[in-house]
Structures are given as structure tokens and as C-alpha cells.
Design a protein around this ligand. Structure first.
Ligand code: PAF
Length: 276
């Protein structure tokens, strides 16, 4: 695997060696099976696969969260080599950002709903870095996990608005055998947190199994109650939303997604399930 840390190295490489289909998996590292699944899918659909590892400071609204974000780079490189990733892009913050750089992308109310409400500015940071990464890597196809469903919608909106020539692929959530959605943050869960974190996936499945479009409010309230009753778990939101707008689902919704965010101990987790 080639490892590049500068924009110039990547562009020199692809100028020397034009590639038919560049597949791209942007990550913040601390790679787990979910990321590796994205790389494997990218390998099937591309000629060369680039993975980026960059803990993007502009998408963290809590400096403590940024500081404690795991950065096991040696282990990440080993995992990428195991799945035959072709290129790792692993830049420093100074390579990605000039001083006092400003960015604002108008993503409408997607910015203020759900995650946007609890993590103000988060999706501005995400679009800022993904826009930069797309301009550096110039991928034909980029792969993202469904776990951050809203992030996928926000990036799709940016790609469409800026007419970026990249196809986006959303890959299903990878789960532990007991249902917990894989996340780089799971390593912060204590054994007690880990046990109680299962209420998130259990509740999402319960909503999926009992789904009735005419009972959305009742289902949502019951789901919220189930999670709030769980020791050590503090619910931020549970929303049964329209899959296209993320506004509350209605009988006219063509697709429905149930989304949850909660603090389990000191760790913030998100998860979701597509209902139909
Ligand atoms: O989903 C992530 O890991 C990050 O938000 C992303 C897309 C790599 C941007 O920093």
C-alpha cells in the first residue's frame, strides 16, 4: 500500500498513472469491520482504492471529543494492508487547512435537524473536509456507511449543488453479533455501558417490527421511553423520519428511517434502521 501525506503526492501519482475508476473511502481512522467492509466493496467497484485517515478538527464541536478521538495509526495501516487497500492518504491538519479558513455551505434545514441540533456546526465541518478530500483524491465513486445517514444526505446535497463528478454509495451498517452498530467510539464504552448500549439497536428493531405509519407518534414515544428507562443511557433524540427529508414521517413518505442518538456513559452513540 502506498502512503501519501500531501496533496501533491496524490496528484503526482495519479498524473503519472491515470486510473480508470478511483474508489474512495474517507475515514477518521480507528478502523473497524464497518470501514473494512467499505474498502472491500470499493475494491469490487474500482480500479484503485484510496482510503483517507484524517481526524477532521472542524467537525468536532466539543474540543474534548476531538482530543480523545482514537488515533491507532499503526494498527489502521496493518488493517488496510490486510484488505489490500491501494493508497492511504493520511495528511496533517496543516496540509488540509490554511489559517482562519472560512467555509459555509447552505444545506437548508438538514443542518439544523437531529444531529445538526445536537452538534451545531458539525455538518459544516464535514462538508468542508469532504469537499477538500474530493478535490484532492478526485474519486469516481465514494463509499460511506449508513450509520451516519444524515451525513450521507448532507454530502449528497453538496455533490449535487456543486455538480461534483462523483457517485456516492451508501453501505449498510455493520453490527456486532449482539446488534451494537460498529463505531470507532465503541472502544470508550465500559463493560457496563457496552451492556446497556444494546437498548439502541433493540429499540430500533422493535420499531421496525411494530411499524405502523398511522401510529408514528405513539411508536416514537414508546421507543423514547424504552431508551430513557435504560440505566446509564441518556437519550438525545429518537425520530421516525421521512427517508428523504428527515422531517417526521407521514403516510405520504416514500421511505422511512428511524434514527437515534444517545449518550451511553460518557460516549455518544448514533444508530438507525431503514423501515421500508
Ligand atoms: O464519517 C466520517 O468518518 C467522517 O465524518 C468523514 C466523512 C470521514 C469526514 O471527516
Amino acid at each position: 500500500m502506498k502512503i501519501f501525506t500531501t496533496k501533491k503526492e496524490i496528484s503526482d501519482y495519479f498524473n503519472r498513472k491515470p486510473v480508470k475508476v478511483i474508489g474512495f473511502v474517507p475515514t477518521m481512522g480507528a478502523l473497524h469491520k464497518g470501514h473494512l467492509g467499505l474498502i472491500e466493496l470499493a475494491k469490487q467497484q474500482s480500479t484503485q482504492v484510496v482510503c483517507s485517515i484524517f481526524v477532521n478538527p472542524t467537525q468536532f464541536n466539543d474540543p474534548k471529543d476531538l482530543e480523545k478521538y482514537p488515533r491507532p495509526i499503526t494498527e489502521d495501516i496493518r488493517r488496510l494492508e490486510e484488505v489490500n487497500c491501494d493508497i492511504l492518504f493520511n495528511p496533517q491538519v496543516t496540509e488540509m487547512y490554511a489559517d482562519n479558513e472560512k467555509w459555509h455551505f447552505d444545506m437548508g434545514d438538514l443542518e439544523h435537524l437531529l444531529e445538526g441540533k445536537f452538534r451545531p456546526g458539525h455538518y459544516q465541518g464535514v462538508t468542508q473536509v469532504v469537499n477538500k478530500l474530493f478535490n484532492i483524491v478526485k474519486p469516481d465513486v465514494a463509499f460511506f456507511g449508513q450509520k451516519d445517514y444524515q451525513q450521507f444526505m448532507v454530502i449528497s446535497k453538496m455533490v449535487e449543488a456543486l455538480e461534483m463528478p462523483v457517485k456516492l454509495v451508501m453501505c449498510p451498517i455493520e453490527r456486532e453479533p449482539d446488534g451494537l452498530a460498529m463505531s470507532s467510539r465503541n472502544i470508550h464504552l465500559t463493560p457496563y455501558d457496552r451492556e446497556h448500549s444494546l437498548i439502541l439497536s433493540k429499540t430500533l428493531n422493535w420499531v421496525k417490527e411494530n411499524f405502523d405509519i398511522n401510529q408514528i407518534d405513539t411508536l416514537q414515544q414508546q421507543a423514547a421511553q424504552m431508551i430513557s428507562n435504560e440505566p446509564g443511557v441518556e437519550l438525545e433524540y429518537f425520530e421516525i423520519a421521512d427517508g428523504k427529508t428527515l422531517h417526521p414521517a407521514t403516510p405520504a413518505s416514500e421511505s422511512v428511517v428511524a434514527l437515534v442518538a444517545a449518550r451511553v456513559g460518557k460516549t455518544r452513540l448514533i444508530d438507525n434502521v431503514l423501515i421500508d
